[in-house]
Write a protein that binds this ligand. Structure first.
Ligand SMILES: [Zn+2]
Length: 262
């Protein structure tokens, strides 16, 4: 950590550098051993054996103030990308602030689920004599993006669960699904991630997730398919082992689609 040097743009040169929890924005200067904060964080995750793929949550490694510094670093990097694409970001009024807009959009919106901790899903006990023992199916709108092309993925997830000893608020299913999807993902992985996060929040073993989504990378480029739809299903516990539970789940999905087509 002592190798780091402050960013002269943010810290005037005549000011003494005072480390704050050793996590100031730092910038690599030629001939120094200083590092970018993003490089330091990557090193830390590698040392810890922490995976940081596009679909992984790394909120344990990033503080709120880090995020501002990382947006600065990403802005600089996006400026380089725009320059390499030969876009005149100095004179084109529409491209002037684009690098910063992209950096903020990645960190605060389209990949926010990587940097933010899991949504707080307070669980309520479901262990009284007349407890709910039926199936619950919640439909959640999804917005994600593919890891391969960073193109939007949009659709819906149907989350099925057989109530266990804990219940969470209905909106929490969607919050959890959106937290999982605001990352770079594969739809197959996203389906698994949502099932895992719901199982964790509810302690339920019987969980199913069905996603149908359209992929920008098939619509805007490549095969330019305008009516393609990708479906993925993950079935856990009774949804996998019991045919009538599985059927009830898919019947519920059909009922939901009749109620509000999509
Ligand atoms: Zn793609």
């Amino acid at each position: 950590m002592t190798d780091f040097v402050p960013d002269p743009l943010l810290t005037p040169l005549d000011q003494e550098f005072v480390p704050m929890e050793q996590k100031l924005y730092v910038k690599k200067e030629p001939g120094t051993t200083g590092k970018y904060l993003s490089a330091a964080l990557r090193d830390r995750m590698k040392t810890d054996g922490k995976r940081f793929w596009a679909g992984d949550n790394i909120s344990d490694y990033i503080t709120e103030s880090d995020r501002e510094h990382l947006i600065n670093e990403a802005t600089e990097a996006f400026e380089k990308v725009l320059d390499t694409l030969l876009i005149d970001r100095e004179n084109d009024p529409n491209s002037k602030g684009t690098a910063r807009r992209l950096a903020k959009m990645y960190y605060n919106e389209i990949m926010a689920g990587r940097y933010e901790p899991a949504p707080d899903a307070t669980a309520f006990p479901n262990d009284s004599q007349d407890r709910y023992e039926g199936m619950l199916v919640v439909r959640s709108e999804l917005r994600s993006m593919c890891s391969h092309h960073h193109q939007p993925v949009s659709g819906v997830a149907y989350i099925g669960i057989i109530a266990a000893n804990k219940l969470i608020g209905l909106s929490k299913y969607t919050r959890i699904a959106q937290w999982c999807s605001r990352r770079g993902t594969l739809q197959e992985e996203l389906c698994n991630d949502i099932a895992r996060a719901i199982m964790k929040a509810t302690d339920a073993e019987d969980v199913a997730v069905y996603i149908q989504a359209v992929h920008g990378c098939c619509e805007n480029r490549g095969i330019m398919a305008h009516s393609s739809l990708t479906q993925t299903t993950v079935l856990k516990g009774a949804f996998q082992t019991d045919q009538s539970t599985k059927k009830e789940f898919f019947d519920n999905i059909k009922l939901q689609q009749e109620f509000a087509p999509r």
